[in-house]
Design a protein around this ligand. Structure first.
Ligand SMILES: Cc1cc2nc3c(=O)[nH]c(=O)nc-3n(C[C@H](O)[C@H](O)[C@H](O)COP(=O)(O)OP(=O)(O)OC[C@H]3O[C@@H](n4cnc5c(N)ncnc54)[C@H](O)[C@@H]3O)c2cc1C
Length: 527
C-alpha cells in the first residue's frame, strides 16, 4: 500500500517548502501536483524577494506591531533565501524616481531607518540620487519634472527554478514528489478522519489511493476546491486576484537596475525589472475567476503599456511585447475588506474537523517561514508523528548551490562548448550544470539549438532525467524559462523538444501528437 507520514497537495512555493521542511525533519512525505511543479502562481510572480520595506511605513505611522513583525520577517527570510539559493537569487538595485520635492526627505528617512534595522540582512545601502545621477543610472526614467530618486536593494530570483530546486532538495532527503498527479478525492475513515487521498495520474490516466497520517492542503488559488472536497459547505477562505506581467526586449532596460513606482495614480505598485536579459513589467491586480491557466486580456496589456509609458521614458508598443503571463494571487478573504487591492497578503493556517491542514495566502518571500509554521502546527496536532530533527531550513542550501559560483564557472569554462553558455547554465543549474555534459551524445548536443538562445539537446535530456520534465512546456516554460521571456522562441523550439522527449520517454505516435497539440494550444493562448 502507498503510505507516508504526510501528503502535501500542491507543488508550488508553499507545497515545495513544506515537503523540504518535512523531509529534513525526518518525516516521510509525498507531494502531488496536478500540473507541472510551479505551473500555478509560483512561476508567474514579479520574482522579487521582498525585505519587508513596504510594511515599514504602516509600522511607523500606526505604531503597528504586526506590520513591524512583517518587516523583521521579510528581512530574515530574504537573507536566508539569497544565502540558500545563490545561483537562483541575487540582490537587485531598485530606483524610485521622485517628482515632488517633499517626497525626497520622507522616502529617504524611511529607507535610512530600514537600513539601520536591516543590520546583517542589508543587501546594500539606500541612497538619495540627484536627478542627473538617476538619469545616468537608468535612462528609462522619465526626466520631465524629475526632482531626484532613491535607490535601495532587494532580492530578485528565478521563481520557476526555485520550485524545482526545493523539490530536488526534498527528494534528496527522502521525499517523493509527483507532477501531473491530481488529487481528486479525500479519503476518510468511519469516524470522518482523513486517511489519505485519491490521485489521478494524468500522464498514464490511472487512479490510485495514497494513505497518510496527515494531509496538507497547499494549493494556493485552489485552496477552497480542496477544502470543499473535505466539507462541501465550508465558507471560502481565499479569493483570487490576477496579476499580469509583460516581457519586453532587453533594450528597454539597458541597465542592471530595476525601477519601481510605489503608487501609480490608481494606487498600484509598478515594477520594471531586468530579467533573463529581458525587461519584465508588472503588475495588475483585478479580481479574477479560478483557472489553471489564467488568460491575459488585451485590456490588461494595454493597461500596463499605458502605465509604463506614462511613468517611464520607454515608449513601448504592442508589437514589442514578447510574452505575457498571468498569475492568481491566493488572497485571504476578509469580510470587512472588499477590494482585493486592499487585502493584506497574509498567510492563514486552518485545521478542519477531519484533520485537513490548509495553509493559504502568504508570498514567495515567506514560503520557508510558512512551511516551518505549518509543520510546527501539524506536529503539535499529531503526536504520533516523530520527527528526528527540528526545522533546519533557515540554513539549508538547496540543490545546485553547494559550491561557490567561482568554482563552478572555472570548471564550466574549461569545456569549449560550455564557455559561452556558462552564465545561463550556472544561473539555471548552479553546481549541477556540468552534469548536462553527460547527456551529450555528440559535440552538436552542446550547441544551442537556436541562435540567441542557450538551450541545447543535452540540457533537454538532462531535465527529463533529473528535473521531472514530462510535457514539452515543463521544459520550455519552467525549466529553461524561454516561454516566460519570449514565446516565439519557445514555439520555434517545440519540434526539437518533442523529438527529444519522444526518444527519451519512448512516446507512442499518439502520445506525441497529444503532447504537440496541447503545447501548441498553450503557446497560442495562456501559458
Ligand atoms: C502577479 C503576482 C506577482 C507576485 N509577485 C511576488 C513577488 O515578487 N514576491 C513574492 O514574494 N511573492 C509574489 N507573489 C506571491 C507569490 O507568487 C505567491 O504567494 C506564491 O507563489 C503562492 O504559492 P502557492 O504554492 O501557495 O500557490 P501555487 O503556486 O499556485 O501552487 C499551488 C499548486 O497547487 C496545485 N493544485 C491545485 N489543486 C490541486 C489538486 N487537486 N491536486 C494536486 N495539485 C493541485 C496547483 O496546480 C498549483 O501548482 C506574486 C503573486 C502574483 C499573482
Amino acid at each position: 500500500m502507498n503510505t507516508s507520514d504526510i501528503i502535501v497537495i500542491g507543488g508550488g512555493a508553499t507545497g515545495a517548502g513544506i515537503a523540504l521542511d518535512a523531509a529534513l525533519r525526518g518525516l516521510s512525505v509525498t507531494l502531488f501536483e496536478q500540473n507541472d511543479f510551479g505551473e500555478g502562481t509560483s512561476s508567474r510572480s514579479t520574482k522579487l524577494v521582498h525585505g519587508g520595506v513596504r510594511y515599514l511605513e504602516a509600522a511607523i505611522k500606526h505604531l503597528d506591531i504586526e506590520q513591524w513583525k512583517l518587516v523583521r520577517e521579510g528581512l530574515r527570510e530574504r537573507r536566508s533565501f539569497l544565502r540558500n539559493a545563490p545561483h537562483l537569487a541575487h540582490p537587485i538595485e531598485l530606483i524610485t524616481p521622485l517628482y515632488h520635492w517633499y517626497e525626497l526627505p520622507y522616502v529617504y528617512a524611511g529607507l535610512f531607518l530600514y537600513d539601520q534595522i536591516s543590520g546583517r540582512a542589508s543587501l546594500g545601502r539606500s541612497r538619495l540620487l540627484r536627478a542627473s545621477t538617476a538619469l545616468k543610472r537608468n535612462r528609462a526614467i522619465n526626466p520631465d519634472g524629475l526632482k531626484g530618486a532613491v535607490s535601495y536593494f532587494d532580492g530578485a530570483f528565478n521563481d520557476a527554478r526555485m520550485v524545482i530546486a526545493l523539490l530536488q532538495s526534498a527528494e534528496e532527503v527522502g521525499a517523493h514528489v509527483h507532477n501531473h498527479h491530481a488529487v481528486t478525492r479525500l479519503l476518510k475513515d468511519a469516524t470522518g478522519k482523513l486517511t489519505g487521498v485519491e490521485v489521478h495520474d494524468t500522464l498514464t490516466d490511472t487512479v490510485y489511493q495514497h494513505h497518510a497520517v496527515a494531509v496538507i492542503n497547499a494549493t494556493g488559488p485552489f485552496t477552497d476546491t480542496i477544502r470543499r472536497m473535505d466539507d462541501q459547505a465550508c465558507p471560502p477562505l481565499v479569493e483570487t486576484s490576477s496579476g499580469i506581467h509583460i516581457v519586453l526586449p532587453g533594450r528597454f532596460l539597458p541597465a542592471p537596475t530595476g525601477l519601481m513606482i510605489p503608487k501609480t495614480s490608481d494606487g498600484r505598485l509598478l515594477f520594471v525589472l531586468p530579467w533573463q536579459g529581458h525587461c519584465l513589467v508588472g503588475t495588475t491586480d483585478h479580481p479574477a475567476p479560478l483557472s489553471k491557466h489564467p488568460e491575459v486580456t488585451d485590456d490588461e496589456i494595454d493597461f500596463l503599456l499605458d502605465h509604463l509609458n506614462r511613468y517611464f521614458a520607454l515608449e513601448a508598443a504592442r508589437d514589442d511585447v514578447l510574452t505575457t503571463f498571468s498569475g492568481l494571487r491566493p488572497l485571504i478573504t476578509s469580510e470587512s475588506q472588499h477590494s482585493t487591492a486592499t487585502l493584506v497578503r497574509e498567510s492563514e493556517y486552518r485545521f478542519s474537523p477531519s484533520g485537513l491542514l490548509t495553509v493559504a495566502g502568504g508570498k514567495w518571500t515567506s514560503y520557508r517561514a510558512m512551511a516551518e509554521k505549518t509543520l510546527d502546527l501539524l506536529l503539535e496536532a499529531h503526536p504520533t508523528l516523530t520527527p528526528t530533527q527540528t526545522c533546519t531550513t533557515l540554513h539549508h542550501k538547496v540543490v545546485g548551490s553547494r559550491e561557490p559560483r567561482e568554482a563552478v564557472f572555472e570548471r564550466l569554462t574549461v569545456h569549449p562548448q560550455f564557455a559561452p553558455l556558462a552564465e545561463y547554465l550556472y544561473n539555471h543549474y548552479g553546481d549541477r550544470a556540468e552534469q548536462i555534459a553527460e547527456y551529450a551524445e555528440t559535440e552538436a548536443d552542446l550547441q544551442p539549438l537556436l541562435p540567441e538562445t542557450s538551450v541545447t539537446r543535452a540540457e533537454i535530456r538532462y531535465t527529463i532525467h533529473h528535473e521531472y520534465v514530462r510535457k514539452p512546456l515543463d521544459f520550455l516554460v519552467r525549466r529553461s524559462g524561454l516561454g516566460l521571456t519570449d514565446r516565439k522562441r519557445a514555439q520555434d523550439l517545440l519540434t526539437d523538444v518533442i523529438q527529444i522527449m519522444a526518444e527519451e520517454l519512448s512516446w507512442s505516435a499518439a502520445t506525441r501528437k497529444t503532447m504537440e497539440n496541447e503545447a501548441n494550444k498553450r503557446l497560442l493562448s495562456s501559458i
